[in-house]
Design a protein around this ligand. Structure first.
Ligand code: NAD
Length: 354
């Protein structure tokens, strides 16, 4: 962090210190509610409530968190209701599209900016904030109303999740019929309208965004009386979760049972270049195998501490070699480049049989 911190960037947990700011970004978490599909908005609400007493006249509050459509208007109404008459505060929504693992790059060079605003002044302030990005990279700027900005984010994530589940559904059919899903993806991906990106069959998506975002979107559609419009997202979710069960079943079949069998797992993070294990397919599969009696040894270049916090009973290896030693089966579940570059013939000597 050091090189990004100078006297223009400071951190505080004291809301009184924000009183001078012209623009306030809200980037707090919106996780899935425990025991429900909907988003938990308590952190967003708490952040707004905490800043309300300190907002100065002319301040702009900008939401970045991914929220159910309608949240921004509700917050704008609350801000108007609570701030004194002589304090005029606007609210805008500016969804975030960065990819974990490329957060700094994507923040400095976003592929688009979406500015959900209610007036020209808010748009001008946001254009000033993003001036370097807009002029330097010719980043496209989409100016929208509040609900459109909120929806852009969940629509984009729903589309990406659907694309991944689509190819994973194809892989289910390929496995039955002897077809090759990678060749199939290559062949359909040549069509520009389809594209090859996000068409890799595998253990499916996870992390702190896609799963909870499609569930929260479905839940919101239900509240809006439009559940059937997004009914397909339940199937996208189901296909995705089936991948994890499928891997566990494949291992059970290969090893003729799981109790006492030695399984090596490469990867714990939900994606490479991150230590994030939230809803990680790799960790879910490791956990399920462990709970079914297998001896699971897991290694990840970055995510071991966060994985150990969530699943302390798994055996965490110090290296790839350690994880593989005497394994009866090896599962490569997170696409770290250091795993992709491994030479299976060299590693063959370490495992129980190759
Ligand atoms: N992680 C991503 O790649 C990504 C990408 C795009 C959008 N988003 C969205 O951005 C939001 C944040 O995601 P995240 O992954 O950074 O979540 P996170 O849980 O990792 O981080 C949220 C942070 O907010 C802080 N916080 C919670 N309540 C607060 C309060 N009242 N006041 C001040 N700080 C508070 C927490 O301490 C935590 O540090 C979510 O809505 C998510 O959907 C995330």
């Amino acid at each position: 962090m050091g090189k990004h911190v100078d006297d223009r960037l400071t951190f505080t947990t004291d809301f009184a210190e924000i009183a001078d700011a012209d623009v306030h970004f809200i980037c707090v978490g919106t996780p899935q509610q425990p025991g429900a599909m909907a988003a938990d908005l308590t952190y967003v609400d708490a952040a707004v409530d905490s800043m309300l007493p300190f907002l100065k006249d002319g301040a702009l509050v900008v939401g970045k968190s991914t929220v159910p459509v309608g949240t921004a208007q509700r917050l704008a109404d609350r801000i108007n209701e609570i701030t004194p008459r002589d304090v005029d505060v606007d609210l805008a929504w500016n969804p975030e599209f960065l990819r974990e693992g490329f957060a700094v790059h994507d923040t400095l060079h976003p592929d688009r900016l979406v500015l959900g605003v209610t007036n020209d002044r808010s748009e001008q302030i946001l254009r000033e904030v993003y001036q370097a990005t807009i002029s330097g990279d010719s980043t496209p700027v989409e100016v929208t109303n509040l609900p459109t900005a909120e929806l852009v984010k969940v629509a984009a994530n729903s589309f990406l999740a659907t694309k991944i589940s689509f190819i994973n559904a194809m892989s289910e059919i390929c496995e039955i019929t002897g077809a090759d899903v990678t060749k199939l993806a290559d062949a359909i991906g040549h069509d520009d309208r389809i594209g090859r990106k996000f068409l890799n069959a595998g253990v499916g998506f996870g992390g702190g965004c896609l799963p909870k975002d499609i569930r929260a979107f479905s839940a919101r559609a239900g509240e809006l009386g439009a559940a059937s419009s997004l009914a397909f997202l339940a199937e996208v979710d189901a296909i995705n979760l089936r991948r994890r069960e499928h891997v566990v079943e494949m291992v059970r079949r290969e090893l003729d049972g799981l109790a006492g069998r030695r399984v090596a797992i490469l990867g714990a993070a939900f994606k490479p270049n991150s230590d994030d294990v939230r809803d990680s397919p790799a960790l879910a599969i490791a956990g399920q195998l462990h709970l079914s009696g297998a001896q699971v040894s897991i290694y990840d270049p970055k995510a071991m501490p966060s994985a150990a916090q969530i699943f302390p009973t798994l055996s965490y290896a110090d290296s790839v070699e350690d994880a593989l030693r005497d394994a009866e089966i090896v599962l490569h579940l997170t696409e770290w480049s250091e795993f992709r570059e491994l030479d299976p013939t060299t590693l063959g000597d370490l495992v129980a049989s190759s």
